[in-house]
Design a protein around this ligand. Structure first.
Ligand code: G1P
Length: 288
């Protein structure tokens, strides 16, 4: 079955980035000059998906604005002959069919995904978390879709993380099928380092079968008093095959300040229009 729909949960409060996120959604903070959520939407498009549902919440209106037409701005850019910018601005609103639904209460990622139930219907679908931006030759989601086409069941995008960081992630354990794929036997959300079964972490990319909705409907609050997607997936792996796929690429946790800074520097250095002058500046910095 083809993956046609993607869900991007974006209802979080962004407390790690206060005060910047008091009035601006964290998903709109730019890496160089593009909001982080646009990198995610571009990955979705580059992976061949046509419909995206963004789960929003209060104060997230600017995300919808961003992917909509901006008629006055376009008129102005046209009149002032700023063709390149005009093209860039128009491109965003033409990108893809963006739908939104509001998560009315911040009850956790599992609940946010459950809000996508009627949009998704009875098909497998992709979930991409906005805090995880992946830079890779082949788009991370595309790699996952290829795995799905091979295994026809839920696929979790994972990579090993430093053991001292396992308490920040959903951690999987299971049997290694080959260098890149595990059959998942168990999952645990944000375990303490001493209790973590492995250091293989889910890094914000999922392809999930619709069975998850029946499960999430009854999933109880877990770590942090939130309904956790990881807990739902743990139940799912007792009913259906769940695989963990070690994707290729550099993943940035742009929800953390350090990850955001790393991505900003690396992405600026990849830009033809900035590389030389930015490098020249970086060379002047005394790091001691
Ligand atoms: C969420 C998930 C977690 C996953 C992580 C990836 O946690 O609950 O399982 O490993 O994203 O970034 P959050 O970072 O929202 O606390």
């Amino acid at each position: 079955m083809k993956i046609k729909k993607a869900v991007i949960p974006a209802a979080g409060l962004g407390t790690r980035f206060l005060p910047a996120t008091k009035a601006i959604p964290k998903e709109m903070l730019p890496l160089v000059d593009k909001p982080t959520i646009q990198y995610i939407v571009e990955e979705v498009i580059a992976s061949g998906i046509e419909d995206v549902l963004i789960i929003t919440g209060r104060n997230k209106g600017s995300i919808e604005e961003h992917f909509d037409r901006a008629v006055e701005l376009e008129d102005n850019l046209e009149k002032t002959h700023k063709e390149e910018l005009l093209e860039e601005v128009r491109k965003i609103s033409k990108m893809i069919n963006i739908h939104t639904v509001r998560q009315k209460d911040p009850l956790g990622l599992g609940h946010a995904v459950y809000c996508a139930k009627s949009f998704v219907g009875n098909e497998p679908f992709a979930v991409l978390l906005g805090d995880d931006v992946v830079d890779s030759k082949k788009p991370c989601l595309k790699q996952m879709i290829e795995m799905f086409e091979e295994y026809n069941s839920t696929i979790l995008g994972v990579q090993p993380v430093a053991w001292e960081n396992v308490n920040k992630y959903g951690i999987v354990s299971g049997e290694k099928l080959n260098d890149k794929i595990y059959t998942v036997k168990d999952l645990v959300e944000k375990p303490a380092m001493e209790k973590a079964p492995t250091n293989i972490a889910i890094l914000g990319r999922y392809i999930i079968t619709p069975k998850i909705f029946e499960i999430l409907e009854n999933t109880k609050k877990g770590v942090g008093g939130e309904i956790q997607l990881t807990d739902g997936l743990k139940d799912l792996c007792n009913i259906e095959d769940v695989f963990a796929y070690i994707f290729e690429g550099r993943r940035y946790d742009v929800g953390s300040k350090i990850g955001f800074l790393e991505a900003t520097v690396d992405f600026a250095l990849k830009r033809d229009d900035l590389r030389d002058s930015f490098k020249a500046y970086l060379r002047t910095i005394n790091l001691d």
